[in-house]
Each structure stands twice: as C-alpha cells, then as structure tokens.
Ligand binder design. Structure first.
Ligand code: BGC
Length: 921
C-alpha cells in the first residue's frame, strides 16, 4: 500500500459533488482470502473481490463469475467449470463456488464482472487462478512417508545434523505443467535441479501434528528439465522436537515427536499429453552427513560449508555413498505414547500465508565491547536471522549470537532468552562465495554478536589475529507469516506514531504460523490470552483472515474433550490443561472478530459447536453463574501494576490486581453473549435465545456479587471497571459512576495505569467511550512507567512484555520472564484505530459493509490519518484541526456505507466515495 501523503487539502464543503461517472472496476480477486492459492482441499472454495470507483454512492447490483479449466477458455468466456450467469446481488465476498465438482489437482482460472447502481456493466476483471490439492491420503498415490534410518529414533533436543534425501528421475519431453505436493516433519526445504522450490520458510509450519500436518503445493513447471532431474529435501526437526519452556522434549506428545519424515508427490504433465508422477518411496537415498550440523527453532543453525555435497540436488549427482531411506512407519501407522494405534495425521492444505522473508535490514553500526567481540546494531528489534558473507581461509568459523538488549558494558544481554541459544555458526569452505544463510530456525534480536576463529579463539588472547566482520557483509532478514499489511497510520504526535510503528514491528515478530507471545526465549507459543487481547489491533494492522483461519484449527485441535480451550495452541492436551479465563476465551472472541471484520459465516459454522462446548463447560461447573470453579491456570490480569518493581515507596505494592472471580465472570458473560450472537447469525434461534438469556443472567449475577450501589466494584481496581464497562455488564445508571471510579483509580498510582495485559487496552477504550478522552490521550503521552512512552524513552523499538522490563539504574526485570517483543500491551493500537482514526466495524453489517467513522481528537493532536485496507476495499479517515475547525475527509469504498459522527456529536450517513465534513471544535 502506498504511503500516505502528509499534507491534505480540505475544503469547507460538506460533501464533494459527484463528478466522474466511471462505473465499477473489479480488482484483487481472492480465493479463500489468498491471491492465486494452490492446492486447496476445500470442495467449494469461496471467492471475493474488491470494487474500485471514483463515483459517489457507487455499488454493485449484480455479478457474473466464470471459472474455466484453462486460460484460453477463460479468455473466450467459456465457463466449462462454472458460469454463474448474471446474479442479482451486492455480494462481493465469500461467494461460494457453485460449479462442477473439482477433482484433485484441477487448476481453475476465473474472472468476474459486475453491474453497478445504474445497471452499467463493468469490464471483466483480470484473470486469477486457484488450484485444487490432494483431498485425502489416497490422492497421494504411491507416495510414502520416508526418512533416514536415524530419523526413527526420538530426538531429545540437542544438536543433530539435518537429514538429506534425494532421488534422480528422468523426464522425456517438455513439461506443460508440473506441480509438487510436499510436506515433512518437522521442517523441510525442497530442492529441485539445484534450486530451492518456493519461498516458504519453516514449512510445513507449526500445527498439532497428531491431527493435522499442512502440505504445500508449488508450481515447478519452469524448474523441470527435459532429461535427468534431481529432487532433494533437507529435513530438520523444527517444532516437532523443541524443548519448549526448557522441557526435555516437544510441546506435543505425539506418536512421532522428535522424529522426522518427508512425503512428496510430483506430477509432471508433458506437452505430449502424458503425465509422469514421481513420489517419495523406497527408491530415495538419504544421509545425515549433512553440512547442516544442527538446526533448532530456538537454538539456531550450524553449517559447515566444507561438508557440502556439491550438486546433490541435481540429476547428475552420484549418491552411491548415501544409504537407502526407510519407510517412516511411525507416521504411516502411528502409535500413541501409550503404544496404542493412533490416527494417521491428516494431510491438509495450507490456508495461511507462508512464513517468508518480508523485509531486509542492514546494520548501521558496529562496536567492539571486548577485544574480538563485535556487536552490530540492527536499530530495530526484529525477528529472523542474518545472512553473513564470511571471508578468510577455509575453516574460518564464525559464531553469531542474537540478543534484544545490551548490558551496561555494551556486551550482549542473553539472560532473558532462558534456554534458547539463538546462536548460528558457520564454517567457511574454499568456495569463493561462502555465506551463512540460516534456515530451520529464527531469532528475536536487535543486536548481533559476531566472533570468529580459528584466527582467534572465541575469547581474545593477546597476540592472536582477530577475525573482524564487516557490517556491509551482514543483512538481517525479517521473516514472518506474510499477511499483507492492512493499516497505515500517522498523526501530528511523534510518540503515538512511534508507538504504532513499534506495535506493527511487534506483530511482525510474533506471527510464525501461530500468534506467539514472544519470538526469542524458549517459549514462542500460541498463547491464547495475548492474541485475544491483541486481535483487533492485529486486524487493523494486517489482513489476519487467512492466518486466523489456520490457527483456529490449532485451537480446536487442542480443545479438551470436555470443552476446555487450551492456554496456548497448538498445545498438547494430554499433558497440559486449559480453560483459563481470558486465555480460553480467545476461542469465542477471535471467531467473532473474524465475523465482524471479514463477514466470515463459514468460519462461524465450522466453529460454533466448539465455542458452545466451551461456554457449556464453564456453565456446567458454575451453575450459580459466577465463575468460581475450574478457572484453569487463572493467570488473571497478568502483569498488572502489582508486578512492577518500583523504586518509589509511594507506589502501592498491592491492590492493582482485579479479583480473579470478577475477571473470570466478566469473560464468562462476554463469551456466552458471543455464542448467543453466533447462534443468531447461524439461524439457530433456540440457541440464540438460550445463550443471550444466559449472558443476561450472568451479568445479573455479576452485578449482585461484585457491584455496589454506588458503582464501586469489588477490589476497586482500574482493571475491574475496564472489564465491566467494555463487556457492558453494568446497568446504564452505573456506567458513569463506574467510569469515574476507574479514573479516580489513577490517583493512587500517581496518574498511571495499574492494569495488566487483559485490561490496559480496555481501559483506554472505556476512558474515551465514557467521556474521559483527554485522560486516554494523557496516558498515551506519558513517559514515566508504567507507560508505552517509558519503553520508548528507553529505546524500545517493539512493545515490551513488562512495563518495567528495563529501568536505568535498577536494570533488567526478572530474566525468566522479560521479553522485549510481546504483543499484549500493544493492544492499545485498537484504541488508536477506533478513536484517533475513528474506524469501527458494525457487526450488524459485518465485513465493513457498513461502519462508523467517529474520530475523537484530543491530547493536542492537530491532525491524524489512517488508511485501512478492508475486505471490501480501502477505507480512510483523515482529519485536521485548523483555526477552530475540525475538518474530516472520509473515503468509503464502493458498495459500502458509513455513519460519520463528528466530534460535536452530529451524525451523517454517507454512501461510498470521498466526503469532506467539518465542525467547530
Ligand atoms: C507468556 C505470556 C502468557 C503467559 C501466561 C507467559 O510466559 O509469555 O504472554 O500469556 O505466560 O500467563
């Protein structure tokens, strides 16, 4: 998306007259949220497009979709797979494919045209494609899970060389189309004729492997040769053998934990009409004599270039020194950890954008805090790795350590990584180009420490030559699940701009196929409470639809049989419990956000029973309607002010933490209400009544138990008021009183928040919603802790886990839990979008079909603008205060409408197009 231009010229007219009559253009065709996706296993995929127009009030009145089995058929508008014909409808998202049954592997070409408000027909859109994948195991034909003989031993974490697998095969003729379906356990890199296939990293990514392993589909037509070809794969253990939380073994206790395997089917359709299929089977060869000496998600990547097998991934390689592979029976016919027969994990398509290199950063400076120890500063806390060219004699070895912070003496701070080593090593060969290019790992860091040998040992000894790296030879690659950026924000306040930038970087750092809590220590788990709090901010920043579509399946896979959602997902439900208030409730809240923002009803259909099961679990244990029993790990409002180590004596040691049952009951009411609303959307009238009534009853129980007649809540915490207000738990007559108590709560904390990760953003929103907008702006502008400003004053380029992660003079917080890249407190981004920019989705017309634009200026801001790429097109809101006037420019996409509420309270209903409005301020 293009960067917003800083100055905007606003005129005083309330509505710009309609000048051009350009009709509608159809753009951005997507299938299941992705552009030109491959390998779907969904029988009836859904199609969406975006409309563009310069007209005012433009909308779609009908559409026609053509799906063809070939490009030329599509060009001649022959819909041999489907011709929807003209359908009178304004639907532009989630149109369900209604054509012929699609067989595995079918490639579909499609285009759309629409009719506008005047019945004028648009041009056809550009062509787009999707392809079907393999629906079940039998579609893989003779492909078998294979591995090196050593891969069947369970790996207890520790350095272990990668497995290499290969085969040569012959192709006679020109390839018309070649498609490869492939996956592995834990992570693989596929190579064909000397090159890496695709740009996916860490495939097949992290899922609950007992139930689902995602396969990837790549078009390799251009990589296939007429003649002898070579295909190969490198396998590392990845998430399937990680020592999460310092444990000895994988987060999952699956039948193949810590083991490896690989499966592939390659179909080469020749120009002569024949198809050659190459599969993974007994004819492959393998070795563990790999230059990848070790690779772990947490620990890092170790590569000895002297051990390279030259051209091993080409047809001409002689693999006589390699051994025959084994058929990985532990995946083909798995047994669970009790020795019983387990289900074959389902091979499913990958519905989310792959992890890939999204940005590149060069270090700007290099220091040498100790002799021979060099530190590069990326100037940005980033997640990924560094590619480093290594010079010197063969055998020259570098060690690269990564950390988020420096100690006061300028050396690397690593204590907060716990047992994650985050260390890459590289040994140079005599190749001219010799470079560390890590994979099968990722690191969270801002600082990179490089030391080298054998020219010197790791520690400097006087008189020895020193290996000196060159910052010019270092490139930081930022990797994450490549969801496109959706939001751009800018305003007249530098601190808020920087905050929003830091939030975006934090999000980038915590999307590695699951929404992680942190990217650096030995955790990086899909913690439910964190993303629950952050989800709306995440959606404003990036298009999260595909990512959540994948992850919600991890959540359901990890749901316990009794209905409890896990604390993080994927999570081994045999070993860990779940059912924690606010964490488990991500299982209702995130699906609802998918509905509000993307209008995704299928998502609700697939998820409804699971969400219902969850609220029924809580109800079954707490029939009196206050969530007292079975609160799982009851993390409560994690990292509230009681956890801050403050130097000042006047800082209260206790009293910030909301009573556990109060927070729990608030979420119980909220989740039950969401399930009621889901039921309503799905036409389940009885359930809707049941759960909406129950939600009301829980609210009544909440009031009876926790609310006093003067609006005070038990515990009198800022957090409690924020929850009660946000979830609309209080009767109207108590709202203002509760809001006042919330604001009074700042006094004890010298004008600061005392809230934790579940309530900080809720407090901000409720301040603005309840007439204390200036207070919200005051908090966002603070520089003393707890505040975002404090983090930034101390150099933060991402959001810290703790308000007091580092304090000058006092030093670091407890290293066992002190990440500097944690999304939770970044949830304040939602407040900026909803109130500074003023954009709010309307769940009665979901997917931004209708929305509200209601900016709440304050805090001395003179202008702000936000542009949000919604599922129906670009929405923008820009405002400026000039000589006592508040001037707002709103852009509403075609086929949508908005209600604009000006700061003076005046409302205006607007149709699509650009609108200029103003009021006195
Ligand atoms: C994570 C948090 C998470 C919490 C549960 C921590 O280790 O980093 O963000 O929500 O555990 O309390």
């Amino acid at each position: 998306m293009k960067k917003l231009v800083i100055s905007i010229v606003l005129c005083a007219a309330s509505v710009v007259p309609n000048i051009a009559l350009a009709g509608l253009e159809v753009k951005k065709l997507r299938c299941e949220y992705l552009e030109n996706p491959m390998g779907l296993d969904i029988a009836k995929p859904r199609l969406s497009w975006v409309l563009k127009s310069t007209d005012q009030g433009q909308k779609q009145t009908a559409y026609r979709i053509i799906v063809a089995s070939g490009k030329s058929k599509l060009e001649s508008s022959t819909g041999d797979l489907w011709d929807s014909k003209k359908v009178e409808s304004d639907q532009t998202i989630h149109v369900v494919y209604g054509g012929k049954t699609l067989k595995p592997g079918t490639r579909c070409w499609w285009k759309v045209k629409v009719w506008d408000k005047n019945g004028q027909e648009s041009k056809w859109s550009e062509a787009a494609t999707w392809s079907m994948g393999l629906f079940d195991r039998k579609d893989w034909g003779n492909a078998k899970w294979i591995a090196d003989p050593k891969d069947q031993a369970i790996q207890v974490s520790g350095p272990m060389p990668a497995t290499m697998l290969r085969k040569s095969f012959n192709i006679v003729g020109e390839a018309e189309r070649a498609t490869v379906y492939v996956t592995g356990l834990g992570t693989y890199e596929l190579r064909l004729n000397g090159n890496k296939v695709g740009d996916h990293l860490l495939a097949p990514e992290f899922t609950y492997y007992d139930y689902r392993i995602q396969y990837q589909t790549y078009d390799v037509t251009k990589m296939i040769k007429n003649g002898v070809n070579g295909v190969g794969a490198i396998l590392a253990t990845g998430w399937n053998g990680e020592h999460f939380f310092g444990m000895a073994i994988n987060i999952m206790q699956n039948p193949f934990q810590g083991r490896r395997g690989f499966i592939m089917r390659l179909d080469v359709e020749l120009k002569n009409g024949k198809t050659v299929t190459v599969v993974s089977d007994k004819t492959w060869k393998s070795t563990r004599e790999s230059p990848v000496r070790a690779a772990g998600i947490y620990d890092g990547y170790e590569y000895d270039a002297r051990l390279q097998w030259h051209r091993w991934d080409t047809g001409e390689f002689d693999d006589g020194l390699w051994r025959p592979v084994i058929i990985a029976d532990y995946i083909e016919n798995p047994k669970n950890h009790k020795g019983e027969k387990a289900d074959d994990p389902r091979l499913v398509w990958q519905p989310n954008q792959p992890i890939r290199v999204m940005h590149r950063i060069k270090p700007e400076t290099m220091t040498e805090p100790q002799r021979g120890v060099y530190i590069m500063d990326m100037k940005q806390n980033m997640v990924g790795w560094c590619n480093i060219q290594v010079h010197g004699r063969p055998g020259t070895e570098i060690r690269v350590r990564h950390g988020e912070m420096l100690k006061e003496d300028g050396t690397l701070y690593t204590a907060n990584l716990r047992r994650a080593l985050q260390t890459d090593r590289y040994t140079r060969s005599n190749d001219r180009h010799s470079a560390l290019e890590p994979r099968f790992t990722y690191h969270g860091f801002r600082y990179v420490e490089i030391t080298g040998r054998p020219n010197v040992p790791w520690r400097y000894e006087p008189g020895r030559r020193i290996y000196t790296p060159n910052p010019k030879h270092v490139i930081g690659e930022v990797i994450y699940s490549g969801a496109p950026q959706a939001g751009e924000f800018e305003c007249s306040n530098r601190q808020i701009n920087r905050l929003m930038d830091n939030i975006l970087w934090t999000q980038r750092g915590n999307m590695h196929s699951v929404p992680t809590d942190c990217p650096q220590r030995d955790e990086r788990a899909g913690w439910m409470g964190d993303i629950q709090a952050f989800s709306q901010t995440a959606i404003f920043n990036m298009d999260m639809a595909a990512f959540f579509t994948k992850w919600i399946k991890d959540v359901r896979d990890s749901q316990l049989d009794d209905g409890r959602y896990p604390n993080f997902a994927p999570m081994d439900k045999e070993r860990f419990a779940g059912g924690t208030p606010a964490w488990a409730d991500a299982g209702t809240i995130i699906p609802w956000r998918m509905y509000q923002n993307y209008g995704d009803v299928r998502f609700l259909e697939e998820h409804y029973e699971s969400a219902r099961h969850w609220v029924e679990f809580v109800y079954s244990k707490n029939r009196h309607l206050c969530w007292d029993k079975h609160r799982g790990s009851s993390f409560n409002d994690w990292l509230n002010a009681d956890k801050i180590k403050h130097k000042s004596e006047s800082w209260p040691k206790k009293g910030a933490e909301v009573p556990h049952q109060l927070l729990a009951t608030a979420f119980f009411a909220h989740s039950t209400e969401i399930v009621g609303k889901m039921a309503k959307v799905l036409g389940k009238t009885d359930d809707a009544k049941k759960y909406l009534d129950r939600a009301k009853a829980i609210k009544a129980a909440f009031n009876k138990r926790f609310v006093k007649p003067d609006g005070k809540l038990e515990g009198n915490t800022q957090a409690g008021y924020a929850l009660a207000l946000e979830f609309d738990l209080l009767p109207d007559n108590l709202r203002a009183k509760a809001a006042k108590h919330m604001v009074d709560g700042f006094k004890k904390y010298n004008g600061h928040m005392s809230t934790g990760i579940q309530t900080t953003h809720r407090l901000m929103k409720e301040l603005t919603r309840n007439g204390y907008n200036e207070e919200a702006y005051r908090l966002v502008n603070l520089k003393t802790f707890p505040s975002w400003g404090f983090m930034m004053e101390n150099g933060a380029t991402t959001i810290w886990e703790r308000w007091d992660g580092y304090v000058k003079g006092r030093g670091f917080q407890d290293p066992t839990m002190n990440s500097f890249n944690h999304v939770a407190f970044g949830s304040v981004g939602e407040w900026v979008w909803r109130y500074v920019v003023g954009l709010n989705p309307d769940e009665s017309r979901p997917g931004w079909k209708h929305f509200t634009v209601a900016p709440k200026p304050g805090g001395g801001l003179t202008w702000a603008r936000g542009e949000y790429e919604s599922i129906r097109g670009t929405i923008s809101s820009s405002w400026k205060i000039e000589v006592g006037k508040f001037r707002l420019e709103v852009v509403v996409p075609p086929n949508t409408t908005a209600t604009v509420i000006m700061p003076d309270g005046k409302k205006k209903e607007v149709l699509s197009g650009k609108h200029l409005l103003e009021c006195n301020c």
